[in-house]
Ligand binder design. Sequence first.
Ligand code: SIN
Length: 275
Amino acid sequence: MKIVPLTGLMGAEIFDADMKNPDHFEQIKNAFVQHSLVILRAQSITPDDHLQFAKRWGDINVNRFFTALETHPEIAIVLKEADQTGAIGEEWHTDHAYDQVPALGSILHAIQTPPFGGDTAFCSMGAAYDALSDKFKDMLTGLHAWHSSRHVFGEAQADSNAAASGRIGNAQKAVQDALHPVVITHPLSGRKGLFVNPQFTTQIDGLDKAESDAILNMIYTHCQKPEFQCRVRWQDGDVTMWDNRATWHKAINDYHGHRRYMHRVTVEGVPLQAG
Ligand code: SIN
């Protein structure tokens, strides 16, 4: 197995690994903890293999809103057809941040990729935190923020392109609100990182909306520096696993007229500890 860092701060490509092979798991896990996301190139897997790999990490966190694979309800379909305009996950976000116990990570299997574009962009929340000034870090320490599914997957979004085409649904189930520390200590690496994101975080607890928006927008602008980011350029058969407690991600919707079809499995995490 060959593990090659993707950038100086996050991500690693893994070549010649087989996610079906239990003997490869420890090395993949170590790379994941170190790099926050791993791209397992050229996997040959079935939906059962995908689930079996996910279960080595923990229980499956079944997504309430994505359309699931008929034969495997734990597998969410991430699809954009050639004639559709909106992609799923176009805004920077962290999967399942609105759950009381946010997901450990997500495992995305590329089944059909477009001839160009369709990358996924990632941002390192540990690197973004490290680059803040000590005074700003002190100010964030002890703050908590609210996260919600309501404004993204609830009735307000029912007229979205993804909902209209049946790719997301269950708007009535979008009732999750959760309070998490703004700065967390990562449960696997022990590294401090930011845990707020532009899509699901609604407000810093105890601050006025205007105060909260000012701080969150400053953090979001800071996090979007290219220095903290990497992009996954997909090929059919690739599997990328990212850590939802250490990264944001975003689907780049730049392949209109082409189909992109992926399967996603999300793994349960643990309660987050303040950093
Ligand atoms: C997601 O947000 O989980 C989907 C990312 C992607 O399709 O690149």
